[in-house]
Design a protein around this ligand. Structure first.
Ligand SMILES: [Fe+2]
Length: 388
């Protein structure tokens, strides 16, 4: 147990009130510099999916949806999480039929900024229907709906990139998460928030099995809400700060989408910067006030550097943002939710890369009891046929 650790609710409240010095400076500067209308995405890797490849993804998703619809017991509930074994088989087979340009487009970002925007996924706003009010409402879509087809398309794309997975404790273990502003969660440091800046963070930084890649797909973004992106590869730290951030000083707790009581569990301290220069950062869920002055100073220096190198990307419908979660932290600028069925609507998929190893020191961490859902982990990735 970490002595004196506040509850996660208290922790988040403290950050909102500005008590965490590292996070506060980042929040304030970001709030001032990055309004919902600003796009500062220079340097991001840009990839266009060729028309034939984009339509192959769309058509394959449509075929899988039609197959599911024709199945007995094809209820919305059965396919809610997209983990049904028959569906997984269909996705595996569909992925193997896709042209190789798809896998090429979703390969891990290779540049210093650690992020890529992939464009030209077909999205027709008129067929989407209203933006769901929260992820539970989104889970009630039927296999006949356009939203379901888009989730399948995301799963196909993610499977071409690696092994998509979910979290048992988050959105009921769904492989494709829904990110929409939800009433009552406006100030929350999670994907359901809106009016508060979502502080830059490593996705699921608290867990040793966090994603290597994060795939965000845009279905709707009428108010041009920007996603923030900062890469540790572009950060310059003083030798003192770099050394301090490589030591294990403070824990990172699960975010509010997993629940609220984790401060009662063992909270092992983690290294902010890993041996290979990777980053594990989530100031909104790190009890910075418990760190010593030297660590807090180093954390503040890192926060300022992440702000200095920050880019913003305004995703349009049909665009994907592919992030290397080992080197990039992401966030979102504040915005005013509409709650009229036309709100910003993203889909998110966590992706593991089995060929990538992390710091062996993380292996002893229990991840606060959170378990992954990994239906693709036991099958080799299908080899796409040559493009004809
Ligand atoms: Fe996130």
């Amino acid at each position: 147990m970490w002595a004196g650790l506040p509850s996660r609710t208290e922790l988040t409240t403290l950050r909102h009130l500005g008590s965490g010095e590292g996070n506060t400076s980042v929040n304030n500067v970001l709030r001032e510099r990055h309004t919902a209308s600003g796009d500062d995405a220079g340097g991001l890797e840009r990839r266009d999916l060729p028309d034939a490849a984009a339509h192959a993804v769309h058509d394959t998703a449509e075929e899988i949806a039609a197959t599911i619809e024709s199945m007995p017991r094809s209820s919305a509930r059965r396919f809610s999480t997209l983990t049904d074994p028959e569906l997984i088989e269909l996705v595996e087979a569909g992925c193997a039929r896709l042209p190789h340009e798809v896998a090429t487009a979703v390969r891990p970002p290779a540049t210093a900024c650690g992020a890529a925007v992939v464009s030209r996924i077909p999205v027709t706003d008129a067929e989407l229907g209203p933006t769901p009010r929260d992820w539970r409402a989104a889970a009630r879509r039927t296999p006949r709906s356009a939203a379901f087809r888009h989730e399948l398309a995301m799963l196909l794309l993610a499977r071409c990139a690696g092994q998509p997975f979910g979290w048992l404790g988050q959105q009921d273990g769904r492989l494709v998460n829904t990110i929409v502003p939800a009433p009552g969660h406006e100030d929350e440091q999670s994907g359901a928030g809106s009016t508060t800046l979502l502080a830059p963070h490593t996705e699921d930084a608290f867990h040793p099995a966090r994603a290597h890649l994060l795939l965000l797909g845009c279905l709707r973004n009428p108010d041009r809400v920007a996603t923030t992106i900062s890469s540790v590869r572009e950060v310059r730290l003083s030798p003192v700060a770099d050394r301090r951030l490589r030591t294990r000083v403070l824990p990172i707790l699960p975010d509010v989408s997993y629940g609220n009581d984790f401060h009662r569990q063992p909270c092992p301290p983690v290294a902010t910067v890993g041996p290979a220069g990777t980053l594990r950062y989530d100031p909104a869920y790190t009890p910075l006030d418990d760190g010593d002055a030297e660590f807090r100073s180093a954390y503040t220096e890192l926060g300022a550097e992440l702000e200095r190198v920050c880019r913003t990307a305004i995703l349009r419908p049909g665009q994907l943002l592919l992030l290397d979660n080992d080197v990039v932290v992401h966030g979102r600028v504040p915005f005013t939710p509409r709650y009229d069925g036309t709100d910003r609507w993203l889909l998110r998929v966590n992706i593991a890369l089995p060929q990538r190893n992390r710091d062996p020191a993380e292996r002893s961490e229990t991840g606060y009891g959170q378990r992954t859902v990994t239906p693709f982990a036991h099958t080799p990735r299908p080899t796409p046929p040559s493009y004809r």
